[in-house]
Structure formats: structure tokens, C-alpha cells
Design a protein around this ligand. Structure first.
Ligand SMILES: [Zn+2]
Length: 341
């Protein structure tokens, strides 16, 4: 805790230094001939990612948007006929909207993440004009709320270097998005996926446990005959309470049902009716209050139960605008000298 605070303090301190430096640079543009951010500053920005290691991994998503400032400059000054000064103010003020954050692919002036080292595909401007906007999305909840507030409090407020946007969603929405995300990461042709999906799910339901370590210690995962709830490690085996174990079967089924013959679990392949009977006979369905008489209805109710249904949840997007502000500074110096690109 103390170490973390000291780290944040140090971080805030280094930001202060760089913004001071920034002012000096703007005041004396002649000192920087090319107008590009100095290599040390660029390096610092690149590695200076927010530390979210304290957050439960399943509640945090990281992404990045690239935006070509040369393109924006052109649109603002040539097409919209904004005065350079106004254009610069607008660029510095820029924050993506929630729609832009959620979109899979965005048109010009956005640039795909994989081309970060390449020139702008639209206007050919050098990669230094493509400002990277690192974005962190944190799912609300008991496990993250206090950590998130602490993190946001520690961030630099100067020039709105960090902007936090809030999006309302349902628990169900978050659950399915999470399920889709981990499904994408899994290779269903590699038998290890079944352990992976189990670890992801347990990390989601019990975020305070270091499941990576637990799984590294366990060579097998079993259904406990003894435990009423929770789990335990015994002689290299991870024993789960029957309810938890059965829930994993369901998760495994959900992830693999659309793959090949589908429905692969710890207990082999299940069709939906077979899984339904299995979960009914074990008492799992009764345990979670699902009373449906047919597999389809039961699955629907199970999903509502697992996900939390329509209950409200919030996504908090932390947008790191430091690189954008840094690039905009260079833009001012170059454009002011009339040296377009
Ligand atoms: Zn461009």
C-alpha cells in the first residue's frame, strides 16, 4: 500500500516535471528545430502505462485508439476553415465519445492500432503525428470501486490529461461481453482451453483469489464430495464444491457449444438436453432456483442467474490523453512555422 502510494506520488511528480518542460518548449519554439517531442519524453510516455495490476484481471479491458493529428489539422483548417489557433484548441480538447470507444473500426482520422509505427494511411503523415490514446475500461463492482476511485484520484488533472467517461449497462451485457472476449482468446483445438476457461470464470466470481497460482499448483480439478461451498487445494488437486464445479461445466459448455461437435466439458461431451439432465440430477438447477422443465428455458434462466440479468452495472473508461497533448504541442510548433509535414 505504502509502496503503491509512493509510486503514484513519484508518477505525479514526473508528470509535473514534463509539463513544466512542455511550457518551456512552447515558449521557445526555436530551441526545438523539428518541433517533434524529444525522444526521452516520447519514451517516457510510451512506457508510462497506468498500473492496473491491483485490479481483478477479469474486470479490466485495455484498448488503444490512434488518431492522426495531421488529418484532423487538415480537416479543421482547410475544410472547416478554422483559424490555426482554434484548430489547435479543438484538438487539445478532443476526447473520444462513448460510441467511438465501443466501435470496432473507425474511419479517418482514426488509424488502426497495428499501424502504430507506420505513416498515416490517409495523408501519409509520419507516425509521430498519430497520437495514441490508451484507454482502460473498468467494470463497476465491489472488487473494483474503491480501487478505481483511488486510481482516478491519483491521476493528473492538468489539461484534462485523463478523462473518465461512464457508461451504463446491465450485468448481463457485461457478462456476455466478457464471455465473448475470453472465447476469442481461447484456442479450442488446444486441450488446455478447458482449464483456461475455468480459471477465467473462477477469477470472475472470486476476484480476490490468485487463481493463476492456484491453478499452477493443481494438476487436476475435481468435484468435491465434502465441501458445501468454495474450494480447496489438496495434494495438487483443486477440489470445488459441487455447485461451483457444475457451474464450470455450464461455462465450458457455453464456450465450446459452437465449436465442432460442441459442448465439451470436464465430463466429456454434452448436448444441451444431456447437460440439462445432468444439472437437474445433481441438484444444481434446484440450488440456483431454476425450475424450467425444458433445456431451452432452463438455459435462459441459468444465463440470467449467472450473469446477474438486468441489474445495472457501469463501465468506467479512463482515457489517457497525455500523448495527444504531447503531439498537439509539436503540431503547434510545426504548423506555426508553416512547415506542413
Ligand atoms: Zn493523416
Amino acid at each position: 500500500m505504502g509502496k503503491q502510494k509512493a509510486k503514484q506520488k513519484k508518477k505525479a511528480g514526473s508528470q509535473k516535471v514534463s509539463s513544466k518542460k512542455r511550457r518551456v518548449l512552447i515558449g521557445k519554439p526555436k530551441a526545438v528545430k523539428t518541433g517533434k517531442p524529444s525522444s526521452t519524453t516520447r519514451k517516457a510516455l510510451k512506457t508510462d502505462r497506468l498500473d492496473l495490476s491491483k485490479f481483478p484481471a477479469e474486470s479490466v479491458t485495455q484498448m488503444e485508439r490512434g488518431i492522426c493529428l495531421a488529418c484532423v489539422w487538415e480537416v479543421f483548417t482547410r475544410h472547416l476553415k478554422l483559424a490555426p489557433k482554434t484548430a489547435l484548441v479543438e484538438i487539445k480538447r478532443y476526447t473520444p465519445s462513448l460510441d467511438e470507444l465501443s466501435a470496432a473500426a473507425l474511419p479517418r482520422p482514426y488509424v488502426a492500432a497495428q499501424s502504430s509505427k507506420e505513416a498515416c494511411p490517409y495523408c501519409g503523415a509520419a507516425s509521430k503525428w498519430i497520437a495514441r490514446l490508451p484507454i482502460y475500461r473498468i467494470e463497476s463492482g465491489k472488487a473494483t470501486d474503491a480501487l478505481r476511485r483511488e486510481l482516478v484520484k491519483s491521476l493528473s488533472k492538468k489539461n484534462d490529461a485523463f478523462v473518465v467517461l461512464e457508461q451504463k449497462a446491465t450485468q448481463q451485457h457485461a457478462f456476455f461481453e466478457w464471455l465473448e472476449l475470453i472465447s476469442k482468446q481461447l484456442d479450442l483445438d488446444d486441450p488446455a482451453w478447458i482449464r483456461e476457461v475455468s480459471r477465467h470464470y473462477l477469477s470472475r466470481v472470486a476476484p480476490k483469489v490468485d487463481w493463476l497460482t492456484e491453478f499452477n499448483q493443481a494438476h487436476s480439478i475435481r468435484r468435491s464430495r465434502r465441501l458445501e461451498e468454495g474450494w480447496e487445494i489438496d495434494s495438487g488437486r483443486l477440489f470445488l464444491s459441487p455447485m461451483l464445479f457444475d457451474e464450470l461445466l455450464l461455462m465450458q459448455y457455453l464456450v465450446s457449444r459452437s465449436h465442432l461437435a460442441g459442448g465439451l466439458t470436464f465430463e466429456g461431451r454434452y448436448t444441451l438436453p444431456e447437460l440439462f439432465h445432468r444439472l437437474r440430477n445433481s441438484g444444481y438447477l434446484r440450488g440456483v432456483g431454476v425450475q424450467a422443465n425444458n433445456p431451452g428455458d432452463a438455459l435462459e434462466q441459468l444465463l440470467a442467474h449467472l450473469s446477474g440479468g438486468e441489474a445495472v452495472l457501469r463501465f468506467y473508461y479512463i482515457i489517457d490523453r497525455r500523448a495527444l497533448l504531447e503531439s498537439a504541442k509539436g503540431l503547434k510548433m510545426v504548423k506555426a512555422k508553416g512547415a506542413a509535414r
